[in-house]
Design a protein around this ligand. Structure first.
Ligand code: BTN
Length: 278
């Protein structure tokens, strides 16, 4: 029996975003390899118009550091197990540092505005709840170059890919247990979540272009799930997480002093004696 097609609020999103991003469009595809891969292909082919690309299935979803993003398979009872989209647009901030933290913060504040559900951020850009992963962000850029002193910033085409678990689902091979929106929002769906997160995300990006990450620092710290906890990084550093700095670098107190970790190629985990609560 054919399942009902998913109804996406493409027009409502377009109406909210187009005044902010002239030329913006919304596309929904039933299946693609990866929304990030597709928008990067388009950017390399010279297509730089702002676009939101949503996929109901991904056959080759990608995560940070070469990992795979699994979308949870076929829709259950006509519902998508996860929301997957990429937002591609040209941006020219004076300073790019902290962009991924700003994106994560915007999503967390849209999904759990008063933080009552305990939705937090795990540096640099995972959405975590009770030490379980609700979602992840993969940011890639194409084109542009370093700003020259005294010259305006050079725009780069940015592709911001987001995957958010809507339904709880078993996924093989993940080291972090998964959380889902339905854990605390019983009526959450992928289309409704998309409408909830996209307009504020665009506002956040435009604010980031003007002001960078520093104005968002205090709000990030309020959601930082690592702060004050023992952590270990993928390149062997051990210490206690001590928040992030105004450029979005993770601060870790170690026996050798405080280290600021900037690299997006480093992952960090809490060293916990307790199992995750999800
Ligand atoms: C991570 O957790 O490491 C990042 C996951 C990012 C997944 C999203 S799903 C939509 C977009 N397309 C991809 O291939 N990846 C991102």
């Amino acid at each position: 029996m054919a399942l009902n097609p998913v109804r996406w609020p493409a027009e409502a999103i377009w109406e909210a975003v187009e005044p902010l991003l002239p030329g913006f469009s919304v596309e929904v595809l039933p299946e693609i390899d990866s929304t990030n891969t597709e928008l990067m292909r388009r950017a390399r082919a010279g297509r730089h118009e702002p676009v939101l690309l949503v996929a109901e299935r991904q056959t080759a979803g990608r995560g940070r550091m070469g990992r795979v993003w699994q979308d949870g398979g076929a829709p259950e009872a006509g519902e998508l197990p996860s929301l997957m989209f990429s937002l591609g647009l040209p941006l020219a901030p004076a300073d790019w540092s902290g962009l991924s933290l700003a994106v994560g913060l915007s999503l967390a504040e849209s999904l759990d505005p008063d933080a009552r559900a305990g939705l937090g951020l795990k540096w640099p850009n995972d959405l975590w709840r009770q030490d379980c992963k609700l979602g992840g962000i993969l940011i890639e850029t194409a084109g542009g170059g370093a700003a020259q002193p005294g010259q305006p910033p050079v725009p780069r085409h940015v592709v911001i890919g987001v995957g958010i678990n809507v339904l709880r689902r078993p996924i093989e091979g993940t080291s972090t247990p998964l959380a889902a929106l339905r854990d605390w929002l019983p009526h959450a769906s992928a289309p409704e979540t998309l409408l909830r997160v996209i307009p504020p995300l665009v506002q956040t990006l435009l604010g980031f272009v003007d002001g960078g990450f520093a104005p968002l620092l205090a709000r990030f710290l309020a959601r930082d799930v690592l702060r004050g906890r023992p952590v270990r990084t993928s390149d062997g550093l051990e210490g206690t997480a001590a928040g992030v700095d105004a450029g979005g670098a993770l601060l870790v107190h170690t026996a050798q002093g405080t280290q600021a970790i900037q690299s997006s190629e480093v992952s960090v985990r809490p060293v916990s004696a307790l199992p995750p609560a999800c």
